[in-house]
Design a protein around this ligand. Structure first.
Ligand code: PRP
Ligand code: MN
Ligand code: MG
Length: 184
């Protein structure tokens, strides 16, 4: 049995389960975007790990696919979203008329994803869709349903595979539940 990080009380999604689901999503998205020259936009920092695996799972690779990033932050070191989302684009990308696929690691309250989807729609994107690895439907404060979803998860504090608590644990290759004493 593989050892996991001492701050993790339970591995919710092992590496292999994530890989299998990401590969399915990649193939589905590749088919849907085959003729759309998509701009895949990842939300820093949490979505970086998922995005790296997802784009490489897009088979066959959609012609014209580009990668971009946006910085969105609402949590800081808290475990609950402040509801106020700070956005900043990384680079001067013109997304007018482009098919945007927003990549998130998790949709929790929904505030971050909704703010970003609205931002790209207002900027004149031809279409805007959301792919999220995880979703906590019970925690929504705004309506938000990812167009593509890896896994729905219960309302437990999860970290790993890009998700942090106070900037820690992002590099773990699985999704795990953080021991309560580690965020008390
Ligand atoms: C986290 C997560 C999502 C967002 C989801 O980002 O990566 O982007 O919160 O929460 P919401 O649905 O309640 O808005 P965070 O603000 O912690 O920044 P990070 O990606 O740099 O960790
Ligand atoms: Mn994030
Ligand atoms: Mg965070």
């Amino acid at each position: 049995v593989a050892q996991h990080h001492p701050h993790i009380q339970e591995v919710l999604l092992p590496k292999q389960a994530i890989e299998a689901r990401v590969n399915e999503l990649g193939r589905q998205i590749a088919a849907d975007y085959a003729d759309k020259r998509p701009v895949v936009i990842g939300t820093l920092k949490g979505a970086v790990v998922f995005m790296a695996d997802l784009v490489r799972a897009m088979e066959p690779p959609p012609p014209g696919l580009e990668l971009e990033f946006v910085r969105a932050s609402s949590y800081g070191a808290a475990t609950v979203s402040s509801g106020k989302v700070d956005l900043s684009m990384v680079g001067p990308t013109d997304i007018k008329g482009r098919h945007v696929l927003l990549v998130e690691d998790i949709v929790d309250s929904g505030c971050t994803a909704v703010a970003l989807l609205e931002h790209f729609a207002t900027a004149g994107a031809a279409s805007v869709k959301l792919v999220s690895l995880l979703s906590k439907p019970e925690r929504r404060t705004v309506t938000c349903e990812p167009h593509y979803l890896g896994f729905p998860v219960e309302d437990k504090f999860v970290v790993g595979y890009g998700l942090d608590y106070a900037e820690q644990y992002r590099s773990l290759p699985y999704i795990g539940v953080l021991k309560p004493e580690c965020y008390a």
